[in-house]
Design a protein around this ligand. Structure first.
Ligand SMILES: [Zn+2]
Length: 405
């Protein structure tokens, strides 16, 4: 009987490649990963090879496409594991997808959590979870409470690798002033962290990426140094939104903001390769961005008021809730139905069943109606640089929801 059960279990696990972890706490699991991250100078981190980098990009694309069985297989080939994770710590179960290094794996490319049903178009990133004390734990703490798309965690201490990154900029964080290490994934354009960031932004140009950092405050420093990775003020200034929310949460906080306090030069993240990429730098490894897209938020935080404990983390959580509205259109619908339209450059091409005219309602990310129009079954609608959610309604109760950008 025992043998039979064992065989059955083996058979099931090989057939059902995308496994589910039920009834557990994702926050505890991620904190366990953080508590066991390889430390500085241990030399575990290596970049993906060219071939592995291509495989890693395909893997992230499978997750974006919700092709979860394929993702589980692809993850195993890269010494990673991919799970459906049902978190039972809140009043209703929450479903996440977790990409994490296999226990015996040697590829320290980070831990990634996805929640396709999330209502916020935001990715929380913790590239320096140990060196910038508590920013990993703060990241998963905020992620679990914010209902947002993804969470990224570096796979080691930023000073873990012996080899230096080719990318421009220097730091004395690992000893004397020197080039960034390969394990400093915020300064390494070939890291798994960077590749994942790129695949998400290629698929979702409406996503925002908030990086949690920490610094040692000098007497003359503010409590927060915020940047979008450039000196530009973007049309939608979410960095300013974060500042406003933080001020509301704690009116003793003080700020410098890279694109508003233009005499300020320290800790603005201009050499951050994710920031450079998101700001359309011609070479994220070596060139600062000349313009800001507004999609990168580089958040440098003092320790005692912002990183010390949960009460401190609640301030950034509140600020993100305020700055990034939760879109109330049902997101499950958005992601499930892709049959009836295609996103083309700056337009949606509808390919609806032929039964007369349809009405399309466009919502922005604040959930406000920004347009209503009639369309035929096969029609191309220009989007004029807007992004958000649309609802198509037709005869016989036909109703489909999609995302546009
Ligand atoms: Zn940092």
């Amino acid at each position: 009987m025992k043998t039979f059960l064992f065989l059955l279990a083996t058979l099931c696990s090989s057939l059902l490649s995308s496994q589910t972890i039920n009834s557990a706490s994702l926050e505890i699991s991620i904190n366990d990963v953080i508590n066991n991250l390889p430390l500085a100078a241990a030399g575990d981190y290596q970049n993906p090879t060219i071939e592995q980098a291509a495989d890693w990009r395909s893997l992230i694309q499978m997750i974006v496409d919700e092709d979860y069985d394929a993702a589980a297989i692809a993850a195993n080939l890269l010494e990673y594991e991919f799970y459906r994770f049902v978190d039972n710590t809140s009043s209703t179960d929450q479903i996440f997808y977790l990409l994490v290094k296999a226990p015996a794996g040697n590829n320290y490319w980070g831990t990634y959590v996805f929640k396709p049903s999330a209502c916020r178009r935001l990715v929380i990133q913790s590239p320096h979870p140990i060196a910038d004390l508590n920013t990993g734990k703060q990241g998963i703490y905020i992620y679990m409470r914010l209902d947002t798309y993804a969470y990224f965690l570096n796979g080691t201490h930023r000073c873990n690798a012996h080899e230096a990154s080719d990318c421009s900029g220097t730091t004395s964080i690992c000893g004397s002033s020197a080039a960034y290490r390969l394990s400093d994934v915020a300064h390494n354009h070939q890291s798994g962290f960077q590749l994942s960031n790129e695949v998400l932004f290629e698929n979702f140009p409406d996503l925002y990426f908030a990086q949690l950092h920490g610094f040692s405050k000098k007497e003359t420093d503010p409590y927060l140094i915020l940047s979008n990775g450039s000196r530009d003020t973007p049309a939608e200034d979410y960095v300013a939104g974060i500042r406003d929310g933080l001020s509301q949460a704690d009116d003793s906080l003080t700020f410098k903001i890279g694109h508003l306090d233009t005499n300020w030069n320290r800790l603005l993240g201009f050499t951050n390769t994710q920031g450079r990429y998101l700001n359309n730098s011609v070479d994220a490894c070596t060139q600062n961005a000349t313009m800001g897209s507004g999609h990168f938020l580089h958040l440098e935080q003092e320790y005692s008021k912002l990183r010390a404990d949960e009460a401190a983390w609640d301030k950034m959580l509140f600020a993100m809730e305020e700055a990034f509205p939760c879109i109330t259109v049902q997101q499950e619908e958005v992601l499930l139905e892709k049959t009836y339209w295609q996103m083309q450059s700056g337009a949606i091409h509808f390919q609806l069943p032929e039964f007369g005219e349809y009405q399309v309602t466009f919502y922005n990310w604040l959930g406000q109606v920004i347009g209503i129009q009639k369309v035929s079954a096969n029609e191309r609608v220009d989007l004029e640089n807007r992004s958000g959610v649309f609802v198509v309604e037709g005869a016989d109760g036909f109703r489909r929801v999609g995302r546009f950008f």
